[in-house]
Design a protein around this ligand. Structure first.
Ligand SMILES: [Zn+2]
Length: 266
């Protein structure tokens, strides 16, 4: 317990030391502080505005003060927009609210700086995942391993889960998101598609409109991934039920910008 607490203190690193030692420096907004915990981005305040600074010195606005539609947030988000749609774990619910897609808004330079900006810059490692070989980002390999342990225990308790986790659809593929010029999270080796044949994807839907959320993935599988920091594409209006993606900032309650009162309005 003591060791774990100490390790956590050390891990928080420079930001915490600054808070403890300096004369009350301004604290960044909670979501920006969270991004700094999980990604290669450093909070910095300039002239009263918060920014995220990448290792190469590029500066990203935390809040660009633009009032954006959902599509504009997808295309050109600021850092704050990554948190604009709360992610709710818990019991699986059909997603019926248009564009309720928590996690699809990504500031790509943050992912590129953290995980690799080109295919050959992504540091991948091979792992065994439920008796299958996967290639994943070295940084996220421990989280994949922990998820596999949880899934393995879940399968022992309920063998009917196994078919959903066989014939895995893929992890590391440097590619854009289908139908877009935006980089897929699969490019960084932080995502996994489970059994495609047991899954539903909004682009396969016929007729294509209106979107009708569908899902066969059991909740035990979703819970195992979410417990280790992976969000699920089955929680999206634009549903992608095979897709899990390492996004710990969306599953940590300390990262949420909205107070409970504001959250209750949606
Ligand atoms: Zn996927």
């Amino acid at each position: 317990m003591m060791v774990a607490s100490l390790a956590r203190l050390l891990w928080l690193g420079p930001a915490l030391r600054a808070v403890l030692l300096d004369a009350a420096p301004p604290a960044p907004p909670a979501p920006l502080a969270c991004l700094a915990r999980f990604y290669a981005v450093r909070p910095e305040q300039r002239a009263g505005e918060w920014y995220g600074v990448l290792p190469d010195g590029r500066v990203l606005a935390y809040d660009d003060h633009r009032n954006k539609s959902f599509d504009e947030q997808l295309a050109a988000p600021d850092l704050e927009d990554m948190f604009s749609i709360p992610y709710h774990a818990g019991a699986i619910q059909p997603v019926t609210r248009e564009n309720d897609d928590p996690g699809r808004i990504r500031v790509d330079p943050v992912f590129a700086a953290t995980y690799g900006a080109r295919r050959d810059a992504v540091d991948v490692v091979k792992i065994r995942f439920l008796d299958q070989d996967l290639t994943v980002n070295r940084r996220v390999a421990p989280a994949f391993a922990r998820a596999a342990q949880r899934l393995s225990r879940a399968i022992d308790a309920d063998p009917t889960l196994r078919p959903f986790l066989q014939g895995l659809g893929g992890t590391f593929v440097w590619r854009p998101i289908a139908g877009t010029d935006r980089q897929s999270a699969h490019s960084y080796g932080v995502s996994i598609d489970i059994n495609v044949k047991r899954s539903h994807y909004w682009r396969w839907q016929k007729p294509p409109q209106p979107l009708r959320w569908r899902n066969d993935i059991p909740e035990a599988i979703v819970r195992a991934f979410e417990a280790e920091g992976f969000i699920w594409g089955g929680r999206w209006y634009h549903y992608d039920t095979m897709h899990f993606e390492y996004r710990p900032e969306l599953l940590d309650p300390a990262c949420t910008p909205a107070a409970p009162a504001a959250a209750a309005t949606r």
